[in-house]
Design a protein around this ligand. Structure first.
Ligand code: ATP
Ligand code: MG
Ligand code: FE
Length: 343
């Protein structure tokens, strides 16, 4: 069977064709980064308009690359949320039209379930598993006791990791999105400015990054006030080490506490070189199997949406055509075997 998936939650327009839930035949991604760069971040109205302009072209491209015709498609999956409402709407309207015209089931899909299940496109997930989700809008530890069952055991109380990276990058005058620039600068640094780590309560798996971000901004201001050069690389390293130390320590602790058989790293920040290396090292020592998607499946893409939707496809859990894009949709509520909870 073929699942056609659409992802338009933020600034990537993507369509993928996935065979039997696992085999990616095409995963076409059109990024709007260049458009948004001069504004220093994603402008929601422009994002929606760009999605409208791109969606049919990307759809045709995805079918062509996969060598699949619309008549072969068995289900339409689409990101229902979270994301920018106007951006989500474009994908949802396209998906509904296709499902109606082709008379095939529609599967509204949770974007973060997609990031997590990107890992199922590269390997076999062993349950219980723990996912460390690090993206532009989310930083969460998600326990999966069974396939498609999500329980959030820790989450950020303020900034997401990607958001903190982007803000620090901006203060260091890097273009949007700044995460990869800070990563590169940190990895090449010869020195490190030690920065605080927010551990929160000893038994908490929650995160906080706004204090760390403020510490970086304060150091930049201090240097500028004194007319000293800003030690950018040392600062980037200190910031990156603080983030990595906290997220990996909490992930390993939760993995031990919940007795998981596997750790899954995912989300846009999973592209971070330092994070990938540190987590691989820790999991190696703990003999805990680790899955990390390749870069192309870490950032927003539709193949991961097809992969998550496949959980519901195989259980015959479809979404009504009057489904609405939902920027606040709950991950736990999206678990298999549940009625979607209204938000
Ligand atoms: P969400 O998935 O929470 O809705 P999003 O879809 O906007 O948010 P993603 O596309 O998953 O986020 O990730 C984008 C984020 O990843 C950006 O904040 C970007 O700076 C960050 N990022 C990408 N590569 C790296 C890297 N190498 N190091 C650190 N951050 C990175
Ligand atoms: Mg993006
Ligand atoms: Fe994302």
């Amino acid at each position: 069977y073929y699942i056609l998936a659409i992802e338009t939650s933020c600034d990537e327009t993507s369509v993928a064709i996935v065979r039997d839930g696992r085999e990616v035949l095409s995963n076409v991604v059109s990024s709007q980064i260049e458009t948004h760069r001069r504004f220093g971040g994603v402008v929601p109205e422009i994002a929606s308009r760009k999605h409208v302009e791109s969606i049919t072209v990307i759809l045709e491209e995805a079918l062509k690359v996969a060598g699949v015709g619309l008549a072969d498609v068995n289900a339409i999956a689409v990101t229902q949320g979270p994301g920018l409402i106007g951006a989500l709407l474009v994908g949802v309207v396209a998906a509904k039209s296709l499902a109606l015209a082709l008379d095939v089931p529609l599967i509204g899909t949770h974007h973060i379930a997609g990031h997590i299940y990107a890992n199922r496109l590269i390997g076999e997930i062993e349950y219980p598993a723990l996912a460390l989700v690090v993206s532009g809008g989310h930083t969460e530890l998600v326990l999966l006791e069974r396939e498609g069952e999500f329980r959030i055991v820790g989450r950020t109380r303020d900034d997401a990791v990607g958001e903190a990276y982007d803000k620090v990058a901006r203060a260091l005058s890097f273009p949007y999105p700044g995460g990869p620039h800070v990563d590169k600068l940190a990895q090449g640094a010869e020195e490190e400015i030690e920065l605080p780590r927010a551990w929160l309560e000893p038994d908490s798996y929650d995160f906080s990054f706004s204090g760390l971000k403020s510490a970086v901004l304060a150091e930049i201001n201090r240097a500028k006030m004194k007319g000293e050069p800003v030690r950018e690389a040392a600062l980037a390293r200190g910031f990156q080490n603080s983030v990595i130390d906290v997220v990996t320590t909490k992930a390993m602790k939760a993995a031990a506490e919940f007795g998981v058989r596997q750790l899954l790293l995912c989300g846009g920040v999973a592209a971070n070189g330092g994070l990938r290396a540190k987590l691989s090292e820790l999991c190696g020592k703990a003999r805990l199997p680790l899955l990390i998607p390749p870069m192309s499946l870490c950032s927003d893409n539709a193949a991961m949406i097809a992969s998550a939707a496949d959980l519901k496809w195989r259980r015959g859990e479809f979404t009504s055509l009057d489904m609405k894009a939902d920027p606040m949709i709950s991950l736990e509520g999206w678990s298999v075997g549940k009625e979607p909870s209204p938000s």
